[in-house]
Design a protein around this ligand. Structure first.
Ligand SMILES: *[C@@H]1O[C@H](CO)[C@@H](O)[C@H](O)[C@H]1NC(C)=O
Ligand SMILES: *[C@@H]1O[C@H](CO)[C@@H](O)[C@H](O)[C@H]1NC(C)=O
Length: 428
């Protein structure tokens, strides 16, 4: 474990300065008139109210990048299957959320002050509606049940717990039922040791009917079935566990048999390099046909995420592409997935899909019936892909109520969290 304190203090100071800067400029924003309004504003155009921006966009800013003017920012993925459908699952790239359950504003346990960090800002239902197609969930045994929780050394505490996992899985079940052509992947950091604990959990959530059987997963790096085949078979939920023995015991796929993955967290996020996670085979090994690109710092800082999810994410994507022997990832995992300086993870995933699916700079330039490399003339970064004919999703791109652009009180909470963890460790 690294020691985040010093860096953390610096971040807090930066936050405080950024916040003052932001406040001092707010009056300027309010009085400055914008050229567009009433839902006509495209991505990157200046805005002053949430209603200014077009579909799939919100009016956001990025003080961490020194930006002083809010702009319309993407909050939704492109519905890729409305452009190019029917290719093998492993040809596509999907946005996935790291710690999807760790949501700002999630109510704490009764009588407990939650002291932990947060990674996302809207509900799992809303994430799915915005086009997120993978969830990274940490599951623990807690209170005689299976909970979503942050922890230290495999233990869930009442002040780091979120909620019983079944609640979130029922949200996934409702989404898959309402959207019969969508496919969702769940990647579990698994600390559940009760035999059949996980399999019963998924059955109780009603998700067994969408289960992709392990026996049908490609084991030697071959292509997956096409999206069309997966939808027809109703095999629309892929679940991976980090515990190898559950594959034989419970029929839950062992993640690193099917997926290569780069190092997550601070050890992994270094410009220019993309080392593989220790549990994973080498990124260029071709032994598994899925590739998960992790892109998030160990300790999430909401105010920094718009900066992280912008140019540095594109650089990291290039480094990972090279490290994987010129293969693009299938999953790009981020914190605060809606935060960026404009296009964020959505633009990057569009570019990846464009290259792999049709040989174009971005997927909105693909033409359904055209040959590979025959592209529509779309500038990259484009104007709002949501205002193009490509499908727009339906999730809200407003954040939950207390998620302000700068969330500085979390610094103090983080600090207390580490102190408490140390106290807990000394007792153990
Ligand atoms: C995405 O587009 C496809 C094809 O047009 C459509 O069937 C599907 O319902 C869309 N998905 C969502 C979540 O809107
Ligand atoms: C939370 O857990 C601690 C021990 O870790 C315990 O002392 C405390 O009573 C618990 N609080 C509640 C409200 O359950």
């Amino acid at each position: 474990m690294c020691s985040p304190f010093l860096e953390y203090r610096q971040k807090c100071r930066v936050l405080a300065i950024g916040y003052l800067f932001f406040v001092s400029l707010t009056s300027v924003f309010i009085t400055s008139s914008t050229a567009c309004s009433n839902g006509n504003c495209q991505v990157l155009e200046a805005c002053s109210a949430p209603t200014d921006c077009g579909a799939g966009l919100y009016c956001g800013n990025c003080p961490a990048l020194g930006r002083t003017q809010p702009i319309c920012t993407r909050g939704q993925a492109t519905n890729v299957t409305s452009i190019i459908n029917g290719l093998p699952f492993n040809k596509y790239t999907w946005v996935i959320t790291h710690n999807s359950f760790s949501i700002v504003d999630a109510p704490p346990l009764p009588g407990v002050q939650r002291l932990t960090f947060y990674n996302q800002e809207d509900t799992v239902t809303n994430q799915l509606k915005n086009g997120v197609r993978g969830l990274m969930l940490d599951m623990y045994e807690f209170e005689n049940d299976i909970w979503l929780c942050h922890s230290f050394q495999g233990q869930c505490f009442n002040f780091t717990a979120f909620q019983p996992a079944i609640n979130t899985l029922k949200e996934v079940e409702a989404f898959l039922t309402e959207n019969p052509t969508e496919i969702v992947t769940i990647i579990i950091e698994d600390y559940v040791h009760t035999p059949k604990g996980l399999s019963n959990l998924f059955i109780n959530a009603g998700l067994d009917k969408y289960w992709y059987p392990v026996s049908k997963m490609p084991k030697k790096g071959q292509d997956w079935p096409t999206l069309t085949e997966m939808v027809q078979a109703n095999h629309r939920l892929l679940v991976f566990t980090s515990i190898a023995s559950k594959e034989a015991e419970e029929g839950i796929a062992y993640q690193w048999k099917y997926m290569v993955e780069n190092e997550p967290g601070d050890p992994g996020v270094h410009q220019g390099s993309c080392p593989n996670r220790k549990e994973s085979k080498g990124l260029s090994s071709r032994s598994a046909s899925l590739f998960l690109m992790n892109y998030f710092p160990t300790y999430p800082v909401q105010a920094d995420s718009c900066k992280e999810n912008s140019a540095p994410l594109a650089d990291m994507a290039n480094a990972c592409y090279r490290a994987a022997g010129n293969v693009l990832p299938n999953f790009v995992a981020v914190n605060f997935y809606m935060r960026s300086d404009g296009g964020g993870v959505f633009d990057i995933v569009d570019k990846m899909n464009g290259r792999t699916l049709c040989g174009c700079n971005t997927v909105t330039a693909c033409q359904a019936e055209a040959s590979f490399g025959s592209c529509k003339n779309i500038a990259v970064p484009s104007t709002s892909p949501m205002s193009a004919t490509s499908g727009s999703f339906t999730g809200s791109v407003q954040f939950s109520k207390s998620a302000s652009p700068v969330h500085s009180p979390k610094c103090l909470l983080h600090f207390l969290f580490y102190l408490l963890l140390i106290a807990a460790l000394i007792q153990l």
